[in-house]
Ligand binder design. Structure first.
Ligand code: 6R9
Length: 646
């Protein structure tokens, strides 16, 4: 790896930054040696109704397993993101919305945000939503999505945001899992000139599960059928509601939200985050990792349907009184210059996106970037998947004019916020490395047996101690929480990621080591896609693996065994893809389907995914040991027919 060059911290940046190299080392030491004092002090950044006296109470061991932070503290997330900023910043912009069409945009001040969230909170209350109730949010990337989240937080309801790209079946499954009684949606969303039928999807989902009320925003002109007695018109309701809604006092460990994410087995897990620790982590990391300064415009391109949208489009920036930009559209509509045009239009200072977007834009060359000024930009960031050094350099050189630092931020839905990342004023950069852990993050790399590996090494990434933003449980299933994350390596949180540590102690995430595929920065469980495929009556068996994809990072490769009397056909291939889109959503559609007369299995009947991965990757020469297979000829057949797969 000696060809990887180093980009030192610019001197002027180090001098101005929230944390320089010495500050970072001191914070690491303090968080490690005196965590209670360190985090109690950090907690002062939030506005508490009762300041906590109990700071950290954690054990990762089975016998006394618990994760609690700031347990006796009382606060409200919405008051922290809105009310406390009003005296100084009532007329400053909280949210800039940029619509799908370049002609559509809106500025929402903190004063307006307060009015709108308070009214909406009263609508929820008068519709019967109580503290602790679960509210499902299925919205486009518009300010009303943030109002909905903040209104839930204001009254103590627990939101579960579902990405607009998920199907009716996925919505139904998630509503059922957390027994949500209230849905907030919009008639339609707009993406790349096309309409997304959000309300129609909700209606379909509600043929399978029932809820009490659905609040419907009319975001476009398209007429929407409303179900009498169930559906409420957003505008009518908020117009009639009082703009006064005192924030509910919440315990620091009261739930704030559930967010469903894919794992290696079973259906998606409801990752539960709580109030105090999560908000502290979102706010602390937003300020330090992006070196955020008052008055700056911060643009995280992630949708609120993903954790990145929760922590860095909504909670982190708003807790820090930033201006956060919401973009409803896509990077290449109406032109491939759109991102950079939006940067210029709204004078964006900090820009945070996914490597998949960078790789896609890179294919169109430098001109669409260079047609913009980007003079307002000060810092760039990436998240969601490993960034290849080539894409990193393009981002730095072309988008950042060779000047702007890039923070490559590693984290997960489960971690609540960023855990491994450069700090712009403290950390020299290496393209492709998320660099070093933040203060309070204690990493270990272990081998398959859990043996701790020291120094320069590669293995499985674990975290040995808690941090405030850590998830607290899988909703409704404490046992699954412990089993999934803390049972593989005793006393440690296992991330599911592989990782390398280099001679400078820098961390390089190598990707998932479990059966999770990272498609364009979105997590898909292979088991979920397989279950969707085998629901088709012609399918006997399916095995799904990831394979390298130029733009998406990883693509979805499905091996499908048909029932004995069924012949493969183009029609069937399309039907299977449609099946997956219907069951999960378009993001889960397989890129390649290979008809497999049989799957390689061990004598005990276990599918050998290692071999399927190699074939999908076209690493035919590296299939490894196939002698434990029940029938090695199955592999020859798959290799022979690989070229025909599409
Ligand atoms: C925030 C988010 C988590 C998984 C994670 C890892 C991958 C995220 C990364 C990265 C390399 C980075 N990942 N950031 N890999 N470098 N900077 O993406 O959450 O959707 O839960 O995905 O994404 O594999 O385990 P989530």
């Amino acid at each position: 790896m000696s060809e990887i060059e180093i980009y030192p911290v610019p001197k002027d940046l180090a001098a101005k930054a929230h944390m320089d190299a010495a500050g970072y080392e001191a914070a690491r030491k303090a968080a490690r040696e005196t965590p209670d004092a360190y985090w109690s002090n950090a907690a002062k950044r939030l506005d508490w109704m009762t300041f906590p006296t109990k700071i950290k109470d954690v054990s990762f061991n089975k016998a006394d397993f618990r994760i609690k932070w700031f347990e006796d503290g009382v606060l409200n997330v919405s008051a922290n993101c809105i009310d406390r900023h009003l005296p100084a910043r009532k007329d400053e912009v909280a949210i800039i919305w940029e619509g799908d069409e370049p002609t559509d945009s809106e500025h929402v001040t903190y004063g307006q945000l307060h009015d709108r969230v308070s009214r909406l909170s009263n609508v929820l209350k008068s519709s019967g939503v109580k503290k602790g109730d679960r509210v499902t949010i299925y919205m486009p990337m518009i300010p009303e999505a943030a109002y909905a989240m903040l209104a839930c937080a204001r009254i103590g309801a627990v939101h579960s945001v579902i990405f607009g790209g998920f199907s009716p079946d996925s919505i139904a499954g998630r509503i059922e899992d957390c027994q949500s009684t209230f849905v907030i949606t919009a008639n339609e969303g707009c993406r790349g000139g096309k309409r997304v039928p959000l309300k129609a999807n909700v209606d379909k989902a509600l043929e399978k599960v029932s809820v009490e009320k659905v609040l419907v925003l009319r975001h476009t002109d398209t007429a929407t059928p409303m179900a009498e007695g169930r559906d409420i018109d957003w505008q009518t309701a908020v117009d009639a509601a009082s703009p006064d809604c005192p924030p509910e006092p919440m315990g620091a460990e009261d739930p704030l939200f559930i967010l469903y994410t894919s794992g290696s087995t079973g259906k998606p897990k409801g990752v539960l985050h709580t109030t105090g620790g999560y908000l502290l982590w979102a706010s602390w990391t937003h300020e330090h990792v992006f070196d955020y300064r008052a008055g700056e415009v911060f643009w995280c391109t992630a949708d609120v349907g993903w954790v990145t949208g929760h922590s860095y489009a909504v909670y982190g920036p708003l807790a820090n009184a930033a201006t956060t930009l919401f973009f409803e559209g896509i990077p290449n509509y109406p032109t491939v210059s759109r991102f950079w045009d939006v940067v210029d239009k709204h004078k964006v200072n900090i820009f945070y996106t996914a490597p998949t977007a960078i790789r896609a834009l890179m294919k169109d060359g430098d001109d669409p970037v260079k047609s913009s000024s980007r003079a307002s930009l000060r810092l760039l960031g990436t998240v969601g998947e490993p960034i290849n050094p080539e894409a990193w350099r393009w981002y730095h050189e072309v988008v950042g004019n060779g000047k702007l630092p890039i923070v490559d931020t590693w984290w997960q839905t489960e971690t609540g916020g960023i855990l491994i990342s450069p700090l712009p004023g403290a950390t020299d950069l290496k393209p492709g490395s998320a660099t070093k852990p933040l203060p309070g993050i204690e990493l270990e790399i272990v081998d398959a047996d859990g043996q701790v590996l020291e120094g320069v090494t590669e293995g499985n990434l674990c975290i040995t101690d808690s941090w405030p933003g850590q998830m607290r449980t899988v909703y409704g299933d404490d046992a699954r929480f412990f089993e999934t994350y803390f049972s593989t390596y005793k006393g440690k949180y296992f991330t599911g990621d592989g990782c390398r540590r280099d001679e400078d102690g820098y961390y390089w995430i190598t990707g998932r080591v479990d059966d999770v595929i990272n498609v364009s920065g979105h997590r898909m469980g292979t088991a979920e896609v397989e279950s969707a495929l085998v629901l088709h009556h012609d399918v006997a068996e399916a095995a799904v693996v990831g394979f390298p994809h130029d733009i998406k990072g990883q693509g979805i490769y499905a091996y499908v065994t048909l029932n004995a009397d069924v012949m493969p056909s183009e029609e069937l291939r399309r039907a299977l893809i449609a099946q997956v889109r219907n069951e999960i959503g378009p993001i889960a559609a397989p890129d390649v389907i290979q008809w497999a007369p049989a799957l390689p299995k061990t004598r005990s009947g276990k599918i050998m995914r290692r071999i399927l991965r190699k074939i999908a990757e076209n690493e035919i020469g590296a299939l490894g040991d196939t002698s434990t297979l029940a029938d090695p000829s199955v592999v020859d057949d798959l290799v022979k027919n690989r070229a025909a797969a599409k």
